[in-house]
Design a protein around this ligand. Structure first.
Ligand code: AMP
Length: 319
């Protein structure tokens, strides 16, 4: 059941249309581990500087995230800053300072290297490769997330790691930029041809598309009318998704992957309702179940197999 994650633990500075926050807990591994901790045991591999605050360590502890792989190094914690305009789907990165991440060389302990589930969250693909190489046996499931920063700056190593994983989570624009395609379905196919049989294309408030071998599932986003800060939605999505797979003993049947995609959407929807990880902080499983059922109710429709009374079934076009 153990899910190992390597990724960034960061201090983010965020400007939205109406508010701003400085140096709040962020990072791909932070959102991912807190979201997945509702479903499974999580172990985190990352590095922070000696400016990392006690209250943030306590927050991970309150979610039982295993921090034995969190190195504390002299220097500053990774810093990222970003800005959203009126359209919260459009984000501008203002700065990325890797700080202690620039020469991070993770050392996995015995309990880490035997984890059956591995998530390589958005971070330098060289670090992702290093972690995968240290795994004692091939994990039952490996998944990867990335972003433009690495597609533009480290494409060769990124392609190397994409070839080795079972699943890839990627934002729709990033999928196009990675593949040079101008169509999502073609981009997903191209990525599947590189390696991962499962590709999850994230489309922000428009949901996500799961490409599982030859099967396609369109998942809605849970509609939120008070989006406060979209940062971390993608990582929280991946946390919910991988949490479900780990909790179900690595069940990769199509129906379970669809279930995981919906739970991913739900965790993303909670993440955007507050700054930092606060939207995810105090959930109950009953909250997740309630949104799961609402999404089902919002998207169900009859199939032609179940009904012969579709309004156009008797229609004879043009006599
Ligand atoms: P998301 O909104 O899901 O794309 O995730 C945003 C989080 O990713 C923020 O909390 C950032 O700290 C983190 N982040 C931003 N840029 C990078 C990067 N180049 N490498 C790793 N993490 C990053």
């Amino acid at each position: 059941m153990t899910l190992l994650v390597v990724g960034s633990v960061a201090y983010d500075s965020i400007k939205t249309n109406s508010e701003q926050r400085t140096d709040v807990l962020g990072g791909s591994a932070s959102y991912f581990s807190i979201a997945s901790s509702y479903f499974t045991n999580v172990k985190l591999i990352a590095v922070v500087g000696n400016d990392f605050k006690r209250k943030d360590v306590d927050l991970f502890n309150s979610h039982s995230v295993d921090l034995s792989g969190l190195e504390i190094k002299t220097g500053e914690t990774f810093r990222w800053s970003g800005m959203y305009g009126k359209d919260v789907n459009i984000r501008q990165t203002l700065s990325t300072n890797l700080n202690v991440f620039s020469d991070f060389s993770p050392k996995l302990n015995l309990s880490h290297v035997e984890s059956p589930y591995l998530f390589l969250a958005n971070i330098d693909p060289e670090i992702q490769l290093d972690v995968l190489n240290q795994m004692q046996r091939q994990p039952k499931l490996t998944a990867l997330d990335t972003m433009n920063f690495w597609i533009e700056g480290s494409k060769a190593s990124l392609l190397k790691i994409i070839r080795k994983v079972d699943m890839l989570f990627i934002d729709s624009n990033e999928a196009l930029s990675l593949t040079g395609e101008n169509n999502i379905a073609k981009a997903a196919k191209q990525i599947q041809n590189i390696g991962p049989g499962v590709v999850i294309i994230k489309k922000g408030e428009h949901g996500a598309i799961l490409f599982n071998q030859d099967s396609i599932f369109i998942a809605p986003a849970y509609p939120i009318d008070n989006v406060v800060d979209p940062t971390g939605a993608g990582d929280s999505f991946a946390g919910g998704f991988m949490g479900i797979l780990a909790a179900s003993d690595g069940d990769t049947s199509d129906i379970n992957l669809r279930r995981a995609t919906i739970v991913g959407s739900i965790m993303g929807s909670y993440a955007v309702q507050n700054f930092s990880v606060h939207g995810l902080n105090a959930l109950k499983l009953a909250d997740v179940t309630a949104r799961y059922n609402k999404i089902w109710a919002m998207s169900k429709f009859e199939s032609t197999g179940e009904s012969k009374s579709l309004p156009w079934s008797q229609f004879k076009p043009h006599g």
